[in-house]
Design a protein around this ligand. Sequence first.
Ligand SMILES: NC(=O)c1ccc[n+]([C@@H]2O[C@H](COP(=O)([O-])OP(=O)(O)OC[C@H]3O[C@@H](n4cnc5c(N)ncnc54)[C@H](OP(=O)(O)O)[C@@H]3O)[C@@H](O)[C@H]2O)c1
Length: 299
Amino acid sequence: MKQILVTGGTGFIGRPLCRVLVAAGYRVTVLSRKPATVRDKCGPQVAALASLDEWRPDMHFDAVINLAGEPIADAAWTARRKQQLRDSRIALTGQLVAAMARAQRPPAVLLSGSAIGYYGDGGDVAFDESSPAAGDFAARLCADWEEAALAAERLGVRVCLLRTGLVLDPSGGLLGRMRLPFSLGLGARLGDGRQWMSWIAMEDYLSIVLRLLEDDGARGPFNMTAPQPVTNATFTSTLAEALHRPALLFAPAPLLRLALGERAPMLLGGQRVLPARLQAAGFRFRHGTLEAALAGLLR
Ligand SMILES: NC(=O)c1ccc[n+]([C@@H]2O[C@H](COP(=O)([O-])OP(=O)(O)OC[C@H]3O[C@@H](n4cnc5c(N)ncnc54)[C@H](OP(=O)(O)O)[C@@H]3O)[C@@H](O)[C@H]2O)c1
């Protein structure tokens, strides 16, 4: 049975990920600051590590999935918060690669988190994996996180970078936050609603992770997004229709800029991202359109 280490395994994506990994026959260990909560959150078969210092050189993991990071949108981006966002991803990934280097047998593969914020706000331009990183804070965070993970290649580890879009699942994330206001008929377009939202259903995200784990030829960046991104206006009306409620409101851009400061481009900007490499590899998305995805998720 293959051993796998997951960082961020207690989170919104990590919890269902642990369940599908266990179901697929992996023995899962989660690195967590609250190791006593891991069994409850991730399942009774999942073991916990409280610190990377507990990864002794004679312990072997066949694979590592690295998702840990402070939530990016939850608090204002003060200098202190920016440092926390960077340390919890880039410094932690550096420590992870150092632990791999100490291991008598490094893992075969590292799947490491990133986000489509890598591309910055692109207007209507479509981005694929060959598009360059932008220069704003969120883009630098992703690019530096990726670079820290790629250092594992020097140990002979196969590295895949998960450039993740808006992961949709009713258990949390964007959909978890939007469901209540939209259910109350308070769903609102953001600004002019023309900004792109590149989304992916949780089920597809998890299937891709399983595939990248096992596909020895897969390496480098992968856009983890469905093939049909939508604008914010379309997202708003599609979600409202799925919940059988109107969405007649809009949140004015100046108000959002005032309330969110430097984080405002995360809502008022966006990126139209295409999963070019997954499609070239023949991955078949179960949830290809937002309408069908939401119908399934909100059933
Ligand atoms: N959800 C999305 O739509 C989305 C989109 C793009 C990218 N991503 C990225 O994918 C990753 C997983 O997303 P998610 O939504 O599952 O995130 P999440 O629910 O916020 O979970 C992140 C996990 O990271 C760990 N963590 C948080 N702060 C930490 C710190 N200071 N040091 C070490 N570990 C820390 C936590 O584990 P413990 O509390 O157990 O230590 C937590 O369970 C994140 O890095 C996120 O940026 C997510």
